[in-house]
Design a protein around this ligand. Sequence first.
Ligand code: FES
Ligand code: FES
Length: 161
Amino acid sequence: MAEVTMVVNGKSVTRSVSGNTLMTEFLREELRLTGTHVGCDTSQCGACVIHVNGEAVKSCTMFAAEANGAEVSTIEDQANADGSLNAIQQAFQDHHGLQCGFCTPGMVMSATALLKENPKPTEAEVRDYLEGNICRCTGYHNIVKAIMAASGQDVTAVAAE
Ligand code: FES
Ligand code: FES
């Protein structure tokens, strides 16, 4: 066991973890932050995306010990300070970017990282960036629309799937 300390959603947390404790397990089981989902065991689905030091990371691919000293942000920290949906979350709602919602936390975290590095992505860039996020319900069309709308772009021309 090793002691790890990190800032998660603005709060410092310290826990003892095994060397093989995954970040997904740490967030979901230790901190009860169950908005980070686990949809596969092959690092493919992206339901587990969080931000570590501002970068989007599949949390199932990292050990909690590797996040020692890091700033971590999860879907639980994305709403506005008054509890309302942030612009990206609101756009997912407005453009029907979710159905069952299982992929949505990872999609929102990936979209947030994308818009931070590329505030006005093209449709092709959005689709390319989401390559690591699988959605089994929506066909991606409305997710792409939502992300482009959140970036302030006209979405009427977004191609149908
Ligand atoms: S649970 Fe991490 S990529 Fe699927
Ligand atoms: S909304 Fe169901 S998996 Fe994406």
